[in-house]
Design a protein around this ligand. Structure first.
Ligand code: PEP
Length: 259
């Protein structure tokens, strides 16, 4: 029912020449990925160049953020309409760096999710607790609040077009990944909430990715968890070989999908 997905978040890395080289290498290494969908999210400035190289490839193009309006006096912002124009199919929303460094609020994130859906972009909504919140036993409370704020109020059809990424803040870029058991526990909880927001059927169809220091040598056991439907990959997506390995190891066995 759910084909795993692996999303590369390049963050603020990749001038044009580097972006072209990395895209070319990933495209060549994943000509026809089986049992996994793969997306590249370069910085805005490289979207056009990456789109050109991905023409004719099954790899998807995505962005790392968007505004909630289509046009207007919002200096420095990029709208989902513009991303769709460039051929983007998905957009990461509410990444912890956006929440914590740029102080994005739940309300802004909710508006971004709705705007992405209006333009047929697949929102990849990120949720996750800090180390301190986990220590205080607040993990479920935090992710529940973020999920309800980001997706609450959407109809079942829209909800079914979303992807969720559980990214514990303490695991992002730190080399400390959640154990498969820790991640699966939160994924199961999130799926229960999705059932409440829509239906069991919709909840079963929504992919929940894990993100936080995913590397070629730790992705295997994570990918084997039935509740983990792929990965959102930061650092390791900047090396073609690592990202290709992660994508291949995330593929559902014999092209089957997860349920
Ligand atoms: C991320 O940026 O979403 C991420 C998970 O980064 P990293 O893989 O480097 O921890």
């Amino acid at each position: 029912m759910r084909t795993p997905m692996v999303v590369a978040n390049w963050k603020m890395h990749g001038r044009l020449a580097e972006a072209r080289e990395l895209t070319q290498a990933v495209r060549d290494g994943l000509k026809r990925p089986r049992g996994v969908e793969v997306a590249l999210c370069p910085p805005f400035t490289a979207l056009g160049a990456v789109a050109e190289i991905l023409t004719g490839s099954p790899l998807l193009l995505g962005a790392q953020n968007c505004h909630w309006e289509d046009t207007g006096a919002f200096t420095g912002e990029v709208s989902p309409a513009m991303l769709a124009d460039l051929g983007c199919r998905l957009v990461i929303i509410g990444h912890s760096e956006r929440r914590h460094i740029f102080r994005e609020t739940d309300e802004e994130i909710r508006r971004k999710v709705a705007a992405a859906l209006r333009h047929r972009l697949q929102p990849v909504l990120c949720v996750g607790e800090t180390a301190e919140e986990r220590r205080q036993g607040l993990t479920f409370t935090v992710v529940e609040g973020q999920l309800r704020a980001g997706l609450g109020g959407l109809g079942a059809e829209d909800l079914a077009r979303c992807t969720v990424a559980y990214e514990p803040v303490w695991a992002i870029g730190t080399g400390l990944n959640a154990t498969p058991g820790q991640a699966a526990e939160v994924h199961g909880y999130l799926r229960g909430l999705l059932s409440e927001l829509a239906s069991k059927e919709v909840a079963q169809s929504v992919r929940i990715l894990y993100g936080g220091s995913v590397k070629p040598d730790n992705v295997g056991p994570l990918a084997q968890e039935p509740e983990i439907d792929g990965a959102l990959v930061g650092g390791a997506s900047l090396q073609a070989a690592s990202f290709i390995t992660i994508a291949k190891k995330s593929a559902a066995k014999s092209g089957a999908s997860k349920e």
